[in-house]
Design a protein around this ligand. Structure first.
Ligand SMILES: O=c1ccn([C@@H]2O[C@H](COP(=O)(O)OP(=O)(O)O[C@H]3O[C@H](CO)[C@@H](O)[C@H](O)[C@H]3O)[C@@H](O)[C@H]2O)c(=O)[nH]1
Length: 478
């Protein structure tokens, strides 16, 4: 094989696009015969840094091409956030013709053979586009292996009981989790919020129609989940993670000055003295919760770096933004009293912050990328999941793997639950404790994560197997 092309179709959400492109870069670094084309479908889920990120990746790698497809229309905010899975799946189905057209017009006519189409986990209808074009399809699963097991569990269970989950259900035995899983940590779609449950049952079936499933995880982190796939009659699973943007390309130039201030401030703090709080691309709070966080932090007595992002007090479904009026939103005098020992910021250079020696712990919403980044840098998490599959991630980290401390696993964020300062103070004190067992385990896992992606490591080898399969797809018949 001289050259090969792979098309990537990331879901229109930041966490998904970042990790898909990080995976694409890893493939290119590993094998210089490959080039990739990313079909970008934008939506309201795209946060501020996306355009800068795409430009920076395109400028630094001549083997990455971006093709911009029509945007997804903005649905009413509430419909979108209540049933994101259904909304995205329907939007992807309606984009099938655009995807095929782009591949037929811009990819297939080049002299480089197309070895596969990598479709994001939320873009299932586009697996059919690949089939119709006669090109092998691969699923890119941006969550963890245990949650992939949950996705497979859904259709199996549905074939037996034919109804969605109920919040009063007892614990479920899901083979990819070590412990029985309480329904209080299931993602909201499981309860058929606006029809998303049935969409996810369809996803679980559709995943099995692909030629392989690429997961952003590594064997040493989730051996139980990965072993649970054996004998399941599913396509090969390639664990290629952790995929982490260590160069910080996802931060736009517009943020550079603010990020410099964060660096300078962290440089002045003692080692492991700062707790970092950040809640992903979609995590923001209304004023009542922000006040409790402020009080909890102050009472904990620890230094902090807090990425404060707000949602309007009466609309918990809006997309969070950096807070402009912190003096008014936070408790009176808080900023003054914590000057020197605490810093607030908007969008943070998260990976760089986690890498800093001053950072001792992370209060996180448990988005999967944040978990991997934190483990990579050996920083223990206090788990405060908010939406999507974050509660079940937090459950796995705290209960199954002993790699995080609980802040609150079953917070009913969308129902307006406010976690009290007392709970926050307790979790911050617990996770910042220098000697805790979780910290020790996280440090060990950090080493394992780095080994996994180096020559001979589990993810390195898994990527090698995937490359072999891609090459076979375009090998001339003997
Ligand atoms: O101030 C910020 C906030 C976030 N990030 C980065 O943005 C990414 C956030 O990813 P993630 O932690 O996975 O959170 P979400 O953006 O919330 O990701 C969505 O996608 C993930 C992967 O599918 C899911 O696990 C989450 O539940 C879902 O909300 C990470 O790389 C962070 O480093 C920053 O750099 N600065």
């Amino acid at each position: 094989m001289e050259r090969a092309e792979v098309v990537f179709i990331p879901a229109p959400a930041m966490g998904h696009l970042f990790s898909a492109i990080e995976f694409g870069k890893r493939l290119l670094d590993r094998d210089d015969r490959f080039s990739i084309t990313v079909l970008v479908i934008k939506s309201p889920l795209h946060g501020p840094s996306l355009d800068g990120y795409i430009q920076s990746v395109a400028a630094s790698n001549s083997r990455v091409k971006f093709i911009h497809l029509p945007h997804i229309d903005n649905p009413p905010e509430e419909i979108f956030l209540k049933s994101a899975e259904k909304y995205l799946t329907e939007a992807m189905a309606s984009h099938k013709a655009h995807v095929k057209e782009a591949i037929i017009n811009d990819v297939l006519p080049t002299s480089v053979p197309l070895a596969g189409i990598v479709v994001d986990m939320f873009c299932c209808p586009l697996i059919d586009a690949a089939h119709e074009l006669g090109v092998p399809s691969y699923l890119f699963f941006t969550c963890n292996a245990a949650f992939l097991g949950f996705a497979f569990y859904l259709p199996k269970r549905h074939d037996q009981v034919s109804v969605e989950f109920s919040e009063s259900d007892p614990e479920s035995i899901i083979p990819s989790y070590v412990n029985p899983v309480p329904s209080s940590v299931f993602p909201s779609f499981a309860f058929n919020k606006e029809g998303s449950y049935i969409t996810m049952v369809y996803h679980g079936r559709k995943y099995k129609e692909t030629n392989g499933i690429i997961v952003n995880t590594f064997y040493e982190l989730e051996p139980h989940a990965i072993n649970s796939f054996l004998n399941e009659g599913m396509p090969p699973v390639y664990t290629v993670g952790p995929l982490i943007d260590l160069k910080g390309q996802k931060h736009s130039d517009a943020n550079q000055e603010k990020h410099e201030k964060i660096r300078t401030w962290l440089d002045e703090q003692p080692p492991s003295s700062v707790v970092f709080l950040c809640f992903g691309s979609g995590g923001g709070f209304g004023q009542p919760q922000l006040k409790e966080i402020a009080l909890g932090l102050e009472r904990s007595g620890h230094r902090f770096l807090w990425s404060v992002r707000c949602v309007s007090p009466d609309d918990k479904f809006s997309t969070p933004s950096d807070c402009q009026n912190l003096e008014e939103v936070l408790p009176p005098g808080f900023l003054e009293r914590t000057r020197g020992t605490g810093m607030t910021c908007g969008w943070a250079p998260q990976v760089e912050v986690l890498a800093h020696k001053a950072v001792g712990a992370f209060v996180s919403h448990c988005g999967w990328n944040s978990i991997l980044e934190s483990l990579w840098h050996g920083v223990p998490i206090a788990a405060w999941p908010i939406y999507a599959e974050q509660k079940i991630n937090a459950f796995q980290m705290v209960r199954d793997l002993g790699l995080a401390v609980e802040l609150k696993l079953d917070c009913r964020y969308r129902d307006g639950e406010v976690v009290t300062a007392e709970v926050i103070e307790k979790a911050v004190k617990c996770v910042m404790d220098g000697e805790n067992e979780v910290r020790k385990r996280v440090k060990e896992m950090s080493e394992k994560s780095r080994k996994a992606v180096t020559n001979g490591g589990s993810s390195f080898d898994s990527l090698g197997r995937l490359i072999g399969a891609l090459c076979n797809n375009i090998a001339p018949p003997e």
